[in-house]
Each structure stands twice: as structure tokens, then as C-alpha cells.
Design a protein around this ligand. Structure first.
Ligand SMILES: Nc1ncnc2c1ncn2[C@@H]1O[C@H](COP(=O)(O)OP(=O)(O)OP(=O)(O)O)[C@@H](O)[C@H]1O
Length: 218
């Protein structure tokens, strides 16, 4: 069995003296698609931020590819990415948004890669590449933000409520793009959502959180 990409052991998160997360063990393996379900305040976003190495837990250990780490080293930074519920877009065109990470990493064939990433999320490159951030609907902006992450072919993509306030068609397109990322690039996914029907269609297993603890895995 391969080393998990991310492992959590006895992780606790305490905010203002209150424990909001308590996970004894959780492994994110290669090719996993894990759903996170649970009521408001059950700890889904808190867990995603820890898995993204954005917040260090109050206690417990966190490993990336078998090596213990609490901070976000450069290698992790490039390979683990979190798509938040209301993603920030650069105040530029769609093309510039999706190309940004590729330029920072000095990648080649940027135009082709941006073109393909937009197709993956169901946005026609001809009509969307030159549009500005303010000319997009909420669902389109969400998909541009997803394209900007998928184009970097991360090892792990974490998504917090990616379909909240989206219509059924956009939700389906996001699901298809997530599944394609695993098939084409071997990306593992962890997705928090209140839409259990959508989550069931995309996930291999669903972890149910309540009061910060895993109460069921289905
Ligand atoms: N920075 C913070 N400081 C203090 N408390 C926090 C902080 N962030 C989250 N919390 C608390 O931690 C608990 C878990 O919050 P979290 O956002 O992880 O839940 P969630 O399952 O993602 O909820 P939702 O479904 O509403 O998005 C909540 O009680 C919340 O109030």
C-alpha cells in the first residue's frame, strides 16, 4: 500500500478555549475522493484548512507523503490547494486568472493549458478567455476558480462547498471536472458539501462530522 498523501493523527483544533475538531485518524490516499458532510459548525471547513496546511492544529500530527510537518513547506504549497466557498478572482480577465499560477511556475504552452482547463470546467474558451471578472455569473466565477486550480494538476484538491448557490447544471459540471481531474491527473479530492445527493455521486466515501468528530463513514 502506498504512503498516504496526507495523514492526520490525534488532531485537535481549539478556538478560544473550545474544542471544535477532534480527529483520531484520517488518511487521504492517492486517487481518493472523500466527501465531508455534517451540519453547520460541525468542523468541515476547519478540517479542510488543516488538510490544506493553512492552519496548524492545536495538537496532533500531520504528515505529507509520510513526512511530519506542521507548517506549509514549498513542496506542499504547490501540491495541495483549497478552493474556498467564495473564491477570490484577480481583477483581470478569465485567461489571466487561469494563467496566473502557470506563469508563476514558469510553465510553457500556457495558452493551450488555459484553453484546455476552461473546456474541462465547461466554459467555452472562445467566449470566456477575454471576459473580465465582473462579467461572470457566480457559477461561472466558481468554475474559473476551479480551472485556475485544476490547470496546476495538484496532488490534492480540497473544495469547500463548491456547489453552494449554483444551479444543477453548474453543479454537474463541477462534479464532472472533479472526476476528470482524478482520472487524467491522479488528483485526490476532499469535498465538503451540504448537498448529500451531489456528494454521493462524486465521492468514494463520505465522512460525517458532528461536533468536530467523525461519527460515521459511508
Ligand atoms: N477562527 C475561528 N475562531 C473561533 N471559532 C471558530 C473559528 N473558525 C471556526 N470556528 C468555530 O468552529 C466550529 C466549526 O466551524 P467550521 O466552519 O469548521 O464548520 P463547518 O462544518 O464548515 O460549518 P458550515 O457548514 O456552516 O460551513 C464552529 O463552531 C465555528 O464557530
Amino acid at each position: 500500500m502506498k504512503t498516504p498523501i496526507i495523514s492526520l493523527h490525534n488532531v485537535r483544533q481549539i478556538f478560544s478555549g473550545r474544542q471544535v475538531l477532534s480527529i483520531d485518524k484520517l488518511d487521504i490516499n492517492h486517487d481518493d475522493i472523500i466527501g465531508l458532510a455534517g451540519p453547520n459548525g460541525s468542523g468541515k471547513s476547519t478540517l479542510l484548512r488543516i488538510l490544506a496546511f493553512l492552519d496548524a492544529p492545536s495538537s496532533g500530527t500531520l504528515s505529507f507523503m509520510g513526512a511530519k510537518t506542521s507548517t506549509k513547506p514549498g513542496a506542499v504549497h504547490r501540491q495541495v490547494t483549497l478552493l474556498v466557498q467564495e473564491p477570490y478572482l484577480l481583477k483581470r480577465t478569465v485567461h489571466a486568472n487561469v494563467a496566473y499560477g502557470l506563469k508563476v511556475r514558469k510553465k510553457s504552452d500556457i495558452t493551450t493549458k488555459v484553453h484546455n482547463a476552461l473546456i474541462e470546467v465547461g466554459l467555452d474558451p472562445e467566449s470566456f478567455s477575454s471576459r473580465h471578472w465582473f462579467e461572470l455569473s457566480g457559477g461561472e466565477a466558481q468554475r474559473v476558480a476551479l480551472a485556475a486550480r485544476l490547470v496546476l494538476k495538484p496532488k490534492v484538491l480540497l473544495m469547500d462547498e463548491p456547489t453552494a448557490s449554483l444551479d444543477a447544471k453548474s453543479a454537474t459540471l463541477i462534479r464532472q471536472a472533479a472526476l476528470k481531474a482524478r482520472t487524467n491527473n491522479g488528483t485526490s479530492l476532499v469535498v465538503a458539501s451540504h448537498d448529500l445527493d451531489w456528494l454521493g455521486k462524486v465521492s468514494d466515501r463520505i465522512i460525517h462530522l458532528e461536533h468536530g468528530s467523525i461519527v460515521e463513514t459511508s
